[in-house]
Each structure stands twice: as structure tokens, then as C-alpha cells.
Design a protein around this ligand. Structure first.
Ligand SMILES: Cc1cc2nc3c(=O)[nH]c(=O)nc-3n(C[C@H](O)[C@H](O)[C@H](O)COP(=O)(O)OP(=O)(O)OC[C@H]3O[C@@H](n4cnc5c(N)ncnc54)[C@H](O)[C@@H]3O)c2cc1C
Length: 397
């Protein structure tokens, strides 16, 4: 085998990032063997609709493609990878020899203590089981007012459930957006008839309800824990691979082990743009990083250097976020957050570094171009919702 033309590529994890890796390898002309090893028995499916259209009953299946055979991929489903040795991926009793390996095992929800039944919303089976339970009057407790908690609350309230969302932080989405901005979404819960309890830590999930920190009790027929996910990488223990809040990858998506790459939710890549290691749980990363990985698996030297993008659909609103506000110095509101349509801009000096758009696809599209080009902007014009974002640009970056 020449180093530029591997004969056997194995992909661990059959979600979006795993499937996209196979697609991109074939698109790049790779003609060798490719094996896709997945823990779940289902072929690759899409997750974002699980908490949206599927939960609302508009669709029943989110399988990504029904013509997998055209990719000439060896599918090993229902086979969780359990370990990694030199040139061999182990999956229980099965062994998959590889010349190159791609890690795409995604992320897993974090659970709460306690002996009561807690449900999660990560897999298609989770979603179908949960949807079957939703009925008028069901007392549904959702722990966590993050993206998934908000989307599930939307669908459950529409289905007539009595929904209570408990959030330890002072505002919804506080971890993602900061409490000040997250607080602007709190009225959406009340509008939808969802009870939102902020600053309420849950001690444990018990039969019949939730034991609350501080001694309270919330009775519930069903509990869904939506307090976040962690990268699914425990199975790599002992492999010697470098871990740093996920499988550590460089800007070319190479891990510390020769011939081993990583993509998607399980991967923390070195961002040249932001000069730090970043791990996102964004569909866009799972969609696009595989194109870079595929080129580099075949001997190339492409760089993955995205402006991050994420969206959520909650309480009848399309919420989109572009950029990275980690280094932003100030936040600027564009429009009235009590209205249906508004945006928030984050600035670092005179640069727009991130934007949150609520029902404002035009702001999102224009903001994306400004952030990517790093052109200076005029803050006063940026804050005026009557001025198109692109007209706030003051110079060439
Ligand atoms: C309900 C829901 C709604 C979402 N909505 C949005 C949204 O609106 N916008 C957005 O940007 N993002 C959204 N996301 C996030 C987005 O879906 C993820 O970022 C994306 O699915 C990541 O793809 P992935 O392939 O890296 O990981 P995953 O989709 O998690 O796929 C990884 C696969 O690997 C498998 N696996 C795990 N361990 C092993 C193992 N040891 N061996 C083999 N296989 C293994 C898993 O079973 C899984 O099938 C949502 C996620 C969920 C759950």
C-alpha cells in the first residue's frame, strides 16, 4: 500500500459524520474498501428532525439515504466499537483491520442520579418512544432548558402535555448564549403554556417524579433529561489517543495516532481561525468536516477552518447562530426581542464576530458573509434593524 492510497478505510460511527465521510471518500474517487461500523442497528439517520418534525408527528423516519448500496460500503450495524489496537478496530468479537481509520462516534446524553426512569432524546428509538407517550394531560418534566429541552417542550406543549422545564441556571440557553441573552427566550415558554422554573437544580430522578435540590418534589409521569451530552469516546480508553474534551484533532482533522482521523461531535479540532481547540455539537460540523477528512485520508493537506453555524426551531421561531462569541467585547441588540423578529450581534472591536438571528434569515446570510470576510462594521448602523446588515460594513477586511 502506498501512503497516499489506502486499501482499507474503516469508519467508526454510522451517524451523519460517518456517512458523510464515506460519501466524500467515494466522491473523491477512492476505490478501495470502506467499512462503516455503527453501534445502532439502524442505517445512518438525521438527528435534528427528531426533536422537531418527527416529534410533532409530521414524519416517522429520518433515514439519510435508502441507496447505501450505491456507495459500495461494507455496513456493520449493531456493532459498537470497543477498542483500538495498532491497525485494528475491535467491535466486540469482530475485528476490522484498517490502513486508515475515522472516528465518528458522536456524543451521548449525560444522565442524572436516581433510580427513577429518565428518558433521553438522542436516537431515533428515543424519539419514537417519547412521541408515543405524548398525550393531553401527560405531566412531562424536562430537565434542562437548552436547545433540545426547548424543542421538546415545543412539541410536547403542542400535543397538550403539561410541561415543566427545570433549569439550574438563571436563564434558558445560558451556557450557549449567556444568561442575559438566554433570558430573552424565557417568555417563549410562558407563551406556549410551558412552566419554566429557573435556578432550579434537580437532585435526582425518582419513581414518580423529581427530587429537587433544596428539598422540593415535582411529580411527573415522564422525565426527560436534556442537560447536555459528552463525546462518545470512552471506548478509546487504553488506545493512547490524545483526548482534550473529545478526540483531539489538528486543523487537518488528524488525531495523535498515525492514519487515524476524527469528525463530528466526538472531535475537538484545532481552530486556526480562533487559535484554540473547539468541539461543537453542530450538524454543520458533521456535514462538512468529512469532506476535509476524506481529502486528507487520501494523502491531501486540506484545512478545516469553519465559521461555526447552528440552528434551532423552538416555540414557532427559527433561531440561527453564526460565528463564535468567545472573544467578543460587546453585545448589541438589533430590533425588539418582544417582537417576532430580531437579532443580536457580538462585536470584538469593530469586527462582527457572531450573530444570533431570530426569524431573521436575511441577517443571518449577510452576517455570515461579514464574519467570514472579517470586514469592519459601524456599530450604530449595526444596531439599527432598519439598516440591512451589509450596509453596516465600513471597509475592506
Ligand atoms: C434531537 C436532536 C436535535 C438536534 N438538532 C440540531 C439542530 O437543530 N441544529 C444543529 O446544528 N444540530 C442539531 N443536533 C446536533 C446534531 O444532530 C449533531 O451535531 C450530529 O448528529 C452529529 O453527528 P455525528 O455523526 O458526529 O454524531 P451522531 O449523530 O451522534 O452519530 C454517531 C453515531 O455513532 C454511533 N456510535 C456511538 N458509539 C459507537 C461505537 N463505540 N462504535 C460504533 N458506533 C458508535 C452512535 O450510535 C451514532 O449512531 C441535534 C441533535 C439531536 C440529538
Amino acid at each position: 500500500m502506498s501512503s497516499a492510497s489506502p486499501e482499507r478505510i474503516v469508519v467508526a460511527g454510522a451517524g451523519l459524520a460517518g456517512l458523510r465521510t464515506v460519501e466524500e471518500l467515494r466522491a473523491a474517487g477512492y476505490a478501495g474498501t470502506v467499512t462503516l461500523v455503527g453501534a445502532e442497528p439502524r442505517p445512518p439517520y438525521d438527528r435534528p428532525p427528531l426533536s422537531k418534525r418527527l416529534m410533532l408527528g409530521e414524519i416517522d423516519d429520518t433515514t439519510l439515504r435508502d441507496d447505501l448500496d450505491t456507495l459500495d460500503v461494507e455496513l456493520c450495524l449493531g456493532q459498537p466499537a470497543t477498542g483500538l489496537d495498532d491497525g485494528v478496530l475491535r467491535a466486540g468479537a469482530a475485528e476490522h483491520r484498517f490502513d486508515r481509520l475515522v472516528l465518528a462516534t458522536g456524543a451521548t446524553p449525560v444522565g442524572l442520579p436516581g433510580g427513577g426512569r429518565q428518558r433521553f432524546l438522542r436516537t431515533m428509538d428515543d424519539a419514537l418512544a417519547l412521541r408515543a407517550l405524548l398525550r393531553p394531560g401527560l405531566r412531562l418534566a424536562i430537565v434542562g432548558a437548552g436547545w433540545i429541552g426547548a424543542e421538546l417542550a415545543t412539541a410536547a406543549a403542542a400535543g397538550g402535555c403539561e410541561v415543566t422545564v427545570l433549569e439550574a441556571a438563571a436563564a434558558p440557553l445560558a451556557a450557549a448564549l449567556g444568561a442575559e441573552l438566554g433570558a430573552l427566550t424565557a417568555p417563549w415558554y410562558h407563551e406556549a403554556g410551558v412552566e419554566l422554573r429557573l435556578g432550579q437544580q434537580v437532585a435526582s430522578v425518582e419513581p414518580g417524579g423529581l427530587a429537587l435540590a433544596g428539598g422540593g418534589w415535582l411529580p411527573a409521569d415522564e422525565v426527560v433529561t436534556a442537560v447536555g451530552v459528552r463525546p462518545e469516546i470512552g471506548w478509546l480508553d487504553g488506545s493512547g489517543i490524545a483526548i482534550d474534551n473529545g478526540v483531539a484533532a489538528d486543523e487537518q482533522l488528524r488525531t495523535s495516532l498515525p492514519g487515524v482521523f476524527a469528525v463530528g461531535d466526538c472531535m475537538a479540532f484545532w481552530s486556526l481561525r480562533y487559535q484554540r481547540r473547539l468541539r461543537f455539537e453542530h450538524w454543520d460540523v458533521a456535514l462538512r468536516a468529512p469532506a476535509v477528512a476524506a481529502v486528507n485520508l487520501l494523502g491531501g493537506t486540506d484545512t478545516y477552518d469553519p465559521v461555526p453555524y447552528f440552528w434551532s426551531e423552538q416555540f414557532g421561531r427559527m433561531v440561527q447562530y453564526i460565528g463564535f462569541h468567545g472573544a467578543a467585547g460587546r453585545m448589541l441588540l438589533r430590533g425588539d426581542p418582544a417582537a417576532r423578529q430580531w437579532s443580536v450581534c457580538w462585536l470584538a472591536g469593530d469586527l462582527l464576530v457572531a450573530l444570533l438571528a431570530v426569524n431573521s434569515p436575511r441577517d443571518l446570510a449577510q452576517g455570515r458573509r461579514i464574519i467570514q470576510a472579517a470586514t469592519p462594521v459601524d456599530a450604530a448602523r449595526l444596531g439599527d434593524p432598519q439598516t440591512p446588515l451589509r450596509d453596516a460594513v465600513t471597509g475592506q477586511g
